[in-house]
Structures are given as C-alpha cells and as structure tokens.
Design a protein around this ligand. Structure first.
Ligand code: PLP
Length: 406
C-alpha cells in the first residue's frame, strides 16, 4: 500500500486566490461591461529590460553553434554570474561575500521553500505574521508545525507584525532555532533599519539560531540608510542565509532566476553538538536535486549588472515606485492608515473593517481587485494589500474609481 506523507493533510487549504478568482468571475458575469483593474497579485507587468533581452538572444544563438554550445552547467551557477553578483550586490556595499558562497537558482520561492530540508525536523521555527505562505507550508510538509487550530499551527512561533510595533516584530520570548525574516516585507511593505536588523543578528548569535533573510524586494529600497542585505550587519555571515531574486528586480517572474547566499561561516550543529558548515549541506542538496538554470537565462541575469541593464532596471523599479506613491497618497487622503509604498511595491492598508468586506467593496463599487490581508495570517485581519505592479494609467484610473466609490 502506498502511504502518503500525512503532513500534507495538515496543510490549511489556501482558498485565498481561488476565492478571489471566484468573486471576480461572479462580478464579471453580473457586470459584463465593467473593466476590472487588478492590483492584487505581486506579478510584474513591464517587459524584460532590453539589455537582458539582447544578452538572452545572443546566448540562444551561442547554443545553436557547436563551438559555443553548452550542455549541463554547474549546479551552483556559472562563475560569470556568481562573480558579478558578489562584486555588485555585496562587496561594493562592504559585505564580505565571495562568489562561491552564492547558489544560482530558478527562484526564491523554491529556495525559501527547500532550504528547510537541511535542518532537523525538530527545530523550532519562527515565522512572521502576516507571512509569505511558502515559509509556513514547506515546514508543514516537513512535519515541523503540528496541526492547525484557531488560525495557527501549534508548534510554530508567530512573529506578530502589527501597527503597534511598526510591523517589525519583537524578538521571540521563547527559544527558536530557525527565523524567517523578509524585508522589504511581503505583504506589509514594511522595511527594517540596520539597528533593528542588528538586534535579530545578535539574538541569533546568542541563541545559536539561524536567520533566513528573504530580500526578494531589495531593489525597491531607495533610502540609502536602509540595509539591502543582512550582510551589511557585522557578524550576520555567521548566522544568516539570504535569498534574492531577479523576479521583481528585473521582471524575471516568467524567466526565472534567483540566488541564495550561504556563507561558509554559517554553522549548524549535529546530534553531538559539533559544528557543521551549512554551505556544504546546501551544496550537497543542490548538486543532488538541482541541475542549474539555463545558460541564456543566466546571461540575461548577468546583463542586469551592465551599465545599460542597471539604468533600465532602475527605471522599471522607479515606475512601480511612482505607482506605489500614488496609491499610498490617495488611500491616506481617503483616511486610511497605510504602511509600505516607499522602498516597496506593496501598500498595506487598514480597511477599518473585515478584509473580505473591504475587498468586496473595492470590487463591486470600483471594479478594483486587491488581496485581503487575512489570507496572510491572523495579523492580516482587517487589512488589504494593494500592489503597485500595473501600468501607471491603470493605477491612476483605479485611484479615481476608489475615490468616487468610497
Ligand atoms: N519571496 C517573497 C517574499 C515573494 O513575495 C516572492 C514572490 O512573490 C518570492 C520570494 C518568490 O520569488 P521568485 O519569483 O524568485 O520565486
């Protein structure tokens, strides 16, 4: 008899996006002439930067010629990409990260989801609330969370991010081993200062814990005082793994390229309490289960760091940040408390009522789709998330409609 992994049965069915789709369907049937503007999901709308496109075309042509054809590449990624990332994203900001500490992958979703495999089933896991659901569900599948009751998994420690703490959770009161942090945050759009991040690094050191730092939205940081990487904090290379992605940085959501930094100084402990290099474990995991990102995609990612690529990427992010600013300003003018929208593509809005009622109001009265906050956790109740990923024209139209409707 083929028995299943029972932990999968503990997964809370995520009806969030299915529910949203159902409500949109119903609205469209009832209002066939009304145009809907979607500011819900976090997917980019601008095309790939021209520099990336050109590099990818050239690489595809290389694949068609025997002299330059490439078969399997290194599982960890090509040296040309790892080196340019290490120099531009880390060494230039004073973070001592070497290219061989980087692992190129096909997405931060896979990496933030898979990383838990290298840790013991009994480690205590702390997750933000509200949360990017991948951190939670992958630990449920691995059997670390216990069952779901009253909106929470029994064995997870929830790091509550609320208005009272400016959406930066307090340090845990009980011991934890694995801590997921995400800044700029999805869904709240909150950012963290160096001082606040340094407290987490110190906590991790004191408790022999490890921080999993998701920096998928770092490209949206414009404030020079804010850290783009956790490795800008002294000593973080001993206690943190960082995840980055070209998805939001350069419009790669459909192209797929990301990377994870596992510094060689980062240690875990074996059953005897002896130190083990996490880099070696992740390397072993990736070499066994992953076969690299395609050469044309890695060449396209490399082009992000060219002068032309940097200008184009900056201009796309500026575009979304302009949208975010317009959304935030309008919602604040309408009397709603908002977080994010600066240094982040997300605006987290206190709807002053149930998340789904606010969602329905925006859909039915204005034809606007947002994401109800309670889909991200108990602390999301009463909030909605609006995303800046759409055209400026649609964002302006959406805000006019919301103003008229509310
Ligand atoms: N991490 C966060 C916080 C995200 O919001 C997302 C995507 O929305 C990802 C990771 C996934 O990124 P990728 O497209 O690289 O898989």
């Amino acid at each position: 008899m083929i028995k299943i992994n029972e932990h999968y049965l503990k997964l809370k069915s995520s009806y969030l996006f299915a529910d949203i789709a159902k409500r949109i369907d119903r609205f469209q049937k009832d209002n066939p002439d009304k145009e809907i503007i979607k500011l819900g999901i976090g997917d980019v709308t601008l095309p790939l930067p021209l520099a990336c496109l050109k590099a990818m075309h050239k690489a595809v042509d290389e694949m068609g010629v025997s002299e330059s054809f490439k078969g399997y590449g290194p599982e960890q990624g090509y040296g040309f990409l790892r080196e340019i990332i290490a120099q531009n994203d880390y060494q230039s900001r004073g973070a001592r990260i070497d290219s061989d500490e980087l692992f190129i992958s096909d997405g931060a979703k896979c990496d933030t989801g898979n990383i838990q495999e290298i840790f013991d089933t009994n480690v205590v896991v702390a997750v933000p609330d509200p949360v990017y659901p991948v951190y939670v569900d992958t630990n449920v599948m691995a059997g670390r969370t216990g069952t779901f009751s009253n909106g929470r998994y029994q064995k997870l420690v929830y790091l509550e991010s609320t208005r009272d703490n400016n959406f930066i959770p307090d340090l845990p009161q009980s011991p934890v081993d694995l801590i997921y942090l995400c800044y700029p945050n999805n869904p709240t759009g909150a950012t963290i200062t160096k001082d606040e991040l340094a407290k987490w690094v110190a906590f991790a050191k004191d408790n022999k814990a490890l921080i999993l730092f998701d920096a998928a939205y770092e490209a949206f940081i414009r404030d020079p005082e804010l850290p783009k990487s956790i490795y800008e904090i002294d000593g973080a290379d001993e206690v943190a793994i960082e995840f980055r992605s070209f998805s939001k940085t350069a419009g790669f959501t459909g192209t797929r390229c990301a990377f994870t930094v596992v510094p060689k100084k980062c240690r875990g402990y074996n059953a005897q309490g002896q130190e083990v290099e996490l880099h070696a474990l992740w390397n072993r995991r990736q070499s066994t289960k992953f076969n690299g990102v395609s050469y044309p995609v890695q060449k396209a990612a490399e082009a992000v760091y060219s002068d032309e690529g940097q200008k184009q990427v900056r201009s796309s992010i500026d575009y979304y940040l302009t949208n975010a600013g317009i959304i935030k300003e309008k919602m604040q003018k309408l009397g709603f408390e908002c977080t994010g929208g600066e240094n982040s593509p997300y605006i987290w809005i206190d709807g002053k009522k149930d998340s789904w009622s606010f969602f329905d109001d925006l859909l039915n009265k204005a034809g606007i789709v947002c994401t109800p906050g309670d889909g991200f956790g108990l602390c999301g109740k009463g909030y909605i998330r609006i995303s800046a990923f759409n055209s400026l024209e649609n964002v302006e139209k959406a805000m006019e409609r919301i103003e008229k409707a509310l």
